[in-house]
Ligand binder design. Structure first.
Ligand SMILES: NC(=O)c1ccc[n+]([C@@H]2O[C@H](COP(=O)([O-])OP(=O)(O)OC[C@H]3O[C@@H](n4cnc5c(N)ncnc54)[C@H](O)[C@@H]3O)[C@@H](O)[C@H]2O)c1
Length: 254
C-alpha cells in the first residue's frame, strides 16, 4: 500500500534549487516515482539534473529562475502549469549560506543576500504556488528550513534568522490554507554533504568540529533527505500540515 501511495505518476512537482545537492537528489527521486519535475534554479547545472532524470526514464524541465525575483517565480509556476497541466507538489529548497562569522561581523550585504534568497524566495514561491493550488483545490508543499531554523547555530545569524522565518512561513501558510486542501510542511536537514557545506567539510579543523554535531558522527548524504520529502508530499501524510521535520542524525536532541 505504501508503495502505491508514494507513486507520483501523473503528478507535476516543482523543485527550486534542483541543480545540486538535496534538490537534485529529491528531483531524481520524484522523477523515478513517476512525477514530471520542473526545476527552478539560477545554476546551469540544472540541465545535468534534467539529463539524469531523462536517463532514468523520467521527465524534467529546467526553467532558469532566481527565487528572490517575483516575476521569475511567477513565470516558473506559470511554465510548470502551462507545460504539464497542473502543479501538485512544490519543494521550495533553494538556499544560500554566507561565510560564517559572529553576528556583529556579518555585513549588511550578508543579511540582505541571505534574507532575499532563503526567506523572501520561500515567500514568493509559496505565494505563486498557492495561487494555483487554491484554484485546483489541492496541493502539498515542503519548504527546506534547517536545524538552524529550530536552534541558534553559532556564527550564522542571517541564516538562522532566515530559516526560523521559513518555519514561521510554513506554519502561517499551513493555517491559511488547511481548509483549501493545501498542506504545507518544513524539512529541517542537519549537516548534509552538498556543495553548500564545502566551507565546513573541506577544512580539516572545521570538519572535526562539524562532525562532533550529529550523534551519528557523520554528515548526511543528500539522498537521506528524500524519504521525508516524498512522505510529506504523498497521501501517507494526508493529516500532516504545519509541521517541522528534523532529519539530522540526532544533532538537535541535546
Ligand atoms: N547542506 C546542508 O548541510 C544543509 C543543512 C540544512 C539546510 N540546508 C538547506 O538545504 C537547501 C539545499 O541546499 P544544499 O545543501 O542542497 O546546497 P546546494 O548549494 O547544493 O543547493 C542549493 C541550490 O539552490 C540554488 N540557488 C541558490 N540561490 C538561488 C536563487 N537565488 N534562485 C534559485 N536557486 C538558487 C543553487 O544554485 C543550488 O542548486 C538549502 O535551502 C539549504 O539552506 C542544507
Amino acid at each position: 500500500m505504501a508503495e502505491q501511495l508514494l507513486n507520483f505518476t501523473g503528478k507535476v512537482v516543482l523543485v527550486t534549487g534542483g541543480a545540486t545537492g538535496i534538490g537534485r537528489a529529491v528531483s531524481l527521486a520524484f522523477a523515478r516515482q513517476g512525477a514530471k519535475v520542473v526545476i527552478g534554479d539560477i545554476d546551469e547545472r540544472s540541465t545535468e539534473t534534467v539529463r539524469l532524470i531523462e536517463e532514468a526514464g523520467g521527465t524534467g524541465l529546467f526553467v532558469p529562475t532566481n527565487v528572490s525575483r517575483a516575476s521569475e517565480v511567477g513565470n516558473l509556476v506559470k511554465t510548470a502549469v502551462e507545460t504539464y497541466g497542473s502543479l501538485d507538489v512544490a519543494f521550495n529548497n533553494a538556499g544560500i549560506f554566507v561565510p560564517p562569522a559572529p553576528l556583529a561581523e556579518h555585513s549588511e550585504e550578508d543579511w540582505d543576500k541571505t534574507i532575499a534568497v532563503d526567506l523572501k524566495g520561500v515567500f514568493l514561491s509559496l505565494k505563486y504556488e498557492i495561487a494555483h493550488m487554491v484554484t485546483a483545490g489541492a496541493g502539498a508543499i515542503i519548504n527546506t528550513a534547517s536545524i538552524a531554523g529550530v536552534i541558534g547555530d553559532p556564527d550564522m545569524a542571517p541564516y538562522v534568522a532566515a530559516k526560523h522565518g521559513v518555519v514561521g512561513l510554513t506554519k502561517a501558510a499551513a493555517v491559511d490554507y488547511a481548509k483549501a486542501g493545501i498542506r504545507v510542511n518544513a524539512l529541517a536537514p542537519g549537516l548534509t554533504d552538498t556543495p553548500m557545506n564545502r566551507v565546513w567539510l573541506d577544512d580539516p579543523a572545521m570538519r572535526d568540529a562539524v562532525l562532533a554535531g550529529p550523534q551519528m558522527g557523520r554528515v548526511a548524504q543528500p539522498e537521506e533527505m528524500v524519504g521525508m520529502v516524498l512522505y510529506l508530499a504523498s497521501p501517507l501524510a494526508s493529516f500532516v500540515t504545519g509541521g517541522v521535520f528534523v532529519v539530522d542524525g540526532g544533532q538537535t536532541t541535546r
